[in-house]
Design a protein around this ligand. Structure first.
Ligand code: HEC
Ligand code: HEC
Length: 337
């Protein structure tokens, strides 16, 4: 008996393969650093830390609380009376595979990571993107998006004023937010690369070979702009979609999205919680065309309340699928019973 035990111990100790240490030199750098080393020119907006009062700390506070510290040492005016950037944007990675746009995969990932599921795209990896306010956002903001499409400064400023309904950012505030966003740039851990692809990138770096292909491989692993498609709610608001909804999945949408802003009126003047009252209110107005209809607000949003600036941003197809809206409906109807 003793010997068998010793043999097993021996085998597990000496014969099991030691996990291969992945020692790719390039992985010590960020994605943008490797791209730049390979000769890629897409990094157009590096952080400007040297400018007066620009700091990651100021940018982070502005982003999360709406305040930061002026050059004089005093606190700034709040950027928006109503919102903070995190009302609508995560700062964590929110997709299991960064090269795919899949709202259901994102919803499950958000649940696993304990982060909300929101209308705006995460700021994680924003500095790695090459296009902003894509697709149908032109329909909402018109020519304003043209300047912002290729320029992250303009994208931040547009969002501060239009999305957050707040004041314009001063140059040092804008630079500070950008400096903060640079702390959220993509790392190689975030990308799904095979061993062959890693070997290829390693060789390209070391031997100066096939650098364009290496750049193309890296860039195929994440989206360079978040697509946006505006879609209407179901044609028949009484019946919803022809297919069934999954209330359990609808609960995820409700908890990770609606409650993020509506629980205890956190970022709105309208409260939603787990009470029958909330669900009955949603159910009652669901089939209508009023601003109390969940269908109306999820797909068309609301316009800013006069004097308050609070409004509900709509969900594009990429931020809430038709199935997910049907699931939310199923959950609301179930809970209203
Ligand atoms: C009320 C919701 C809301 C608030 C508040 C908000 N945003 Fe946005 N933001 C959006 C939406 C919706 C978009 C549309 C494009 C997207 O994110 O996919 C967007 C887009 C952006 C983009 C372009 C992202 C891209 O990949 O297209 C940036 C950058 C940005 N916001 C920064 C900010 C900053 C900085 C703040 C705070 C000052 C802020 N946002 C506040 C909703 C919001
Ligand atoms: C980014 C924050 C945010 C998210 C997420 C959000 N809402 Fe809203 N919602 C608002 C704001 C702000 C208003 C505007 C009125 C206000 O301030 O009360 C609003 C308005 C509404 C209204 C109309 C109420 C009224 O008084 O006019 C309904 C209904 C509603 N939301 C339902 C939902 C549902 C259902 C979800 C989830 C699918 C959701 N909201 C997700 C911020 C949000």
């Amino acid at each position: 008996m003793k010997y068998i035990f010793l043999i097993i111990l021996f085998c597990t100790y000496f014969l099991s393969p030691t996990p291969e240490a992945t020692n790719y030199a390039f992985e010590q750098y960020s994605v943008s650093e490797v791209l730049t080393k390979l000769g890629d020119k897409s990094i157009k907006f590096p952080p400007q830390y040297q400018l007066k009062n620009v700091s990651v700390e100021n940018g982070k506070r502005l982003f999360h609380t709406g305040f930061s510290t002026k050059p004089s040492g005093k606190r700034t005016k709040k950027q928006s009376k109503h919102f903070v950037c995190t009302s609508c944007h995560n700062v964590e990675r929110e997709d299991p595979d960064m090269s795919v746009v899949d709202p259901q995969a994102r919803l499950e990932y958000a649940q696993e990571k304990g982060i909300p599921f929101l209308q705006g795209t995460t700021m994680y990896g924003a500095v790695n993107r090459e296009n902003f306010y894509n697709g149908d956002y032109y329909k909402k903001y018109g020519d304003l998006v043209l300047k912002a499409r290729k320029n992250i400064y303009e994208a931040i400023q547009l969002c501060a004023v239009e999305c957050a309904q707040g004041r314009k950012l001063k140059q040092w505030e804008l630079e500070s937010i950008l400096a903060y966003l640079w702390t959220l740039e993509l790392q190689f851990d975030d990308l799904i690369l095979s061993e062959e692809e890693k070997d290829f990138i390693e060789t390209a770096m070391k031997e100066d070979l096939e650098k364009d292909s290496a750049i193309a491989i890296i860039k195929s692993k994440y989206i360079k702009g978040a697509p946006a498609t505006f879609i209407p709610p179901p044609k028949d608001r009484k019946k919803g979609e022809a297919y069934a909804g999954d209330p359990q999945n609808g609960k995820l949408v409700y908890d990770l999205s609606c409650k993020h802003c509506h629980e205890n009126e956190r970022y709105s003047f309208f409260a939603l919680d787990d009470s029958k009252l909330s669900f009955r209110h949603l159910k009652k107005h669901l089939p209508t065309y009023s601003r109390y209809s969940m269908y109306q607000v999820t797909r068309w949003g609301t316009s800013p309340l006069p004097g308050k600036g609070s409004y509900m941003p709509h969900y594009t197809k990429e931020k809430m699928s038709e199935q997910q809206l049907q699931d939310l409906r199923a959950y609301v109807l179930q809970q209203a019973e």
